[in-house]
Design a protein. Structure first.
Length: 280
C-alpha cells in the first residue's frame, strides 16, 4: 500500500476510534470493545473499498454493508460521520431519546445504514439475500458484512453460509471479527466456534485470514477477495478487542460498558497522542 494512503487511513481510523469513545461516553452505555476492534477494517471499507456516495445514500448501484454484529454500531456511526453521511455532532446524541443514532443500526432513520441489525445471526442472512438479489438483477454491486466471533455460535449464521455457497454468491464478503471475546468471556470457554477457517471452508467458502490492524494486510486480503469467482468469501481477521485504548484492550469487561469521565479523558488523551504521532 502507498505510504501516504496508509498513513491517511491510520489517521482516519484513529478519528473513528475517538468517535466510538465519544458516542458511548455520552450515551452512558454501548459496546466500545468490539467497536474498537473493527474500526480499522471499517475505515478501509468506507475510505478505500466501498463504492458509495454520502450525498446519495440510497443510490441503487452502491455497494452494500451490513453490520451483522449490530451492537457495535458506535464504530459504524463514527465511520459514517467521518465519511460525510451525517454531521459528527450526532455521535454525542447516541442512544438519546429522539436522536437519530439508536443503540443498533436503523436503516430507516440513519443515512448510510443499509440494514437494521442487532439480533445476532440475522445480518449475514440479510446480506446473503442482498447478494442474491444483485445476482438475479445482474447488478454490479458487492455486499460486505461483519460478524462477531461470538455471533457465529448462532445456527442461523451457518444456514446463511450454506445458502450463500449453494447460490455461488461471489459478490458477498463476510468478515469475521475474531477478537476471542464475547459478553460472557472467552469464546473458547462459552461455546467454541473454532476452527473458524475450517468451518467456512467446509461450507464451501473461499477463506482468507488477515491482521485486522495492519492496513497493508487488510488491502492484501481484500485484493485476494476480488479475484474469487463462484464462491462467497470469508475473511477471518485476528483482532484485539478494545484496540487503541490501552486499558480496554483484551478486557472482556469492555464488551458492553461505557467509560466514566475519568476513563473517557484517559481514552481520548491516548487517541489524541496516537493521532499526533501520525501527523509527524
Amino acid at each position: 500500500m502507498d505510504a501516504t494512503i496508509k498513513k491517511q487511513l491510520e489517521k482516519t481510523a484513529c478519528k473513528v476510534r475517538m468517535g466510538v469513545i465519544e458516542g458511548v461516553y455520552n450515551a452512558k452505555s454501548g459496546h466500545p470493545g468490539g467497536s474498537l476492534s473493527i474500526s480499522d477494517v471499517l475505515t478501509y471499507l468506507y475510505f478505500a473499498k466501498l463504492n458509495v456516495d454520502p450525498k446519495n445514500p440510497k443510490w441503487a448501484d452502491r455497494d452494500r454493508f451490513v453490520l451483522s454484529k449490530g451492537h457495535c454500531a458506535p464504530a459504524l456511526y463514527a465511520v459514517l460521520a467521518e465519511r460525510g453521511f451525517f454531521d459528527k455532532s450526532e455521535l454525542k446524541k447516541l442512544r438519546h431519546i429522539g436522536a437519530m443514532l439508536q443503540g443498533h443500526p436503523d436503516m430507516k432513520g440513519t443515512p448510510g445504514v443499509d440494514m437494521s441489525t442487532g439480533s445476532l445471526g440475522q445480518g449475514i442472512s440479510a446480506a446473503a439475500g442482498m447478494a442474491l438479489g444483485g445476482k438475479l438483477s445482474s447488478a454490479s454491486y458487492k455486499v460486505y458484512t461483519i460478524l462477531g466471533d461470538g455471533e457465529i455460535e448462532e445456527g442461523q449464521v451457518w444456514e446463511a453460509a450454506m445458502f450463500s455457497a449453494h447460490n455461488k454468491l461471489d459478490n458477498l464478503v463476510a468478515i469475521v471479527d475474531n477478537n476471542g471475546l464475547q459478553i460472557d468471556g472467552k469464546i473458547t470457554d462459552v461455546c467454541s466456534p473454532m476452527p473458524i477457517t475450517d468451518k467456512f471452508e467446509a461450507f464451501g467458502w473461499h477463506v482468507i485470514t488477515m491482521n485486522a490492524h495492519d492496513f497493508d494486510d487488510i488491502e492484501r486480503a481484500f485484493d485476494e477477495a476480488e479475484k474469487i469467482n463462484s464462491k462467497p468469501v470469508a475473511i477471518v481477521m485476528t483482532s484485539v478487542k478494545g484496540k487503541g485504548v490501552s486499558f480496554m484492550e483484551n478486557q472482556v469487561g469492555w464488551h458492553g460498558t461505557a467509560p466514566n469521565a475519568e476513563q473517557y479523558a484517559q481514552a481520548m488523551d491516548e487517541l489524541n497522542k496516537t493521532l499526533e504521532s501520525l501527523e509527524d
